[in-house]
Ligand binder design. Structure first.
Ligand SMILES: [Zn+2]
Length: 163
């Protein structure tokens, strides 16, 4: 409903032309995420207020989930990434994946990185992008072309980190 009516995933109010996605380092590399976009203000609220996003030692809270909930589609890293990025873009595509959807984000108009509820340092961001063993092991299974593509994706993400 949020996507069909172009509503913010956090507050439910209509979105403007800029869409903000709070995304982990793996999603910033492969540009795919399982949650629809929010207002920039709402995404900034989420990265400051969400206990999972502000405390790197916090584990994902999976208690008291609603009945009938589904695991997010796509490949998800359950560890806490420690840093999170707010990816703002004017364009995204919805990709059907089994019984769910993935969102493929377009080129960003701005990217900011956050850790512990504050802006992340460059060192924290570099560290989080280097630590993507799941992406690398998946690419290794798919062979040398997939590995080369992963390296191109990582280089593309790192260009966005330059001041
Ligand atoms: Zn909102």
């Amino acid at each position: 409903m949020a996507v069909k009516r172009s509503l913010c995933w956090v507050c439910g109010q209509p979105l403007g032309q800029y869409k903000a996605f709070p995304i982990g380092p793996m999603c910033a590399v492969n540009r795919a995420i399982a949650e629809p976009p929010s207002h920039l203000e709402c995404a900034e609220y989420a990265v400051r207020a969400c206990p999972f996003l502000t405390n790197p030692r916090m584990r994902r809270n999976e208690k008291n989930m609603p009945a009938g909930r589904q695991e997010p589609v796509g490949m998800m890293i359950k560890r806490n990434p420690g840093v999170i990025c707010i990816w703002v873009t004017k364009e995204f595509r919805v990709m059907r994946d089994g019984n769910g959807a993935l969102f493929r984000v377009g080129d960003p108009t701005s990217v900011t990185w956050w850790a512990e509820g504050r802006r992340a340092t460059r060192a924290e961001v570099d560290h989080s992008i280097e630590g993507l063993p799941l992406l690398r092991s998946e690419a290794e299974k798919d062979g040398p072309e997939a590995l080369a593509m992963l390296d191109r994706y990582i280089a593309r993400a790192q260009r966005l980190l330059l001041p």
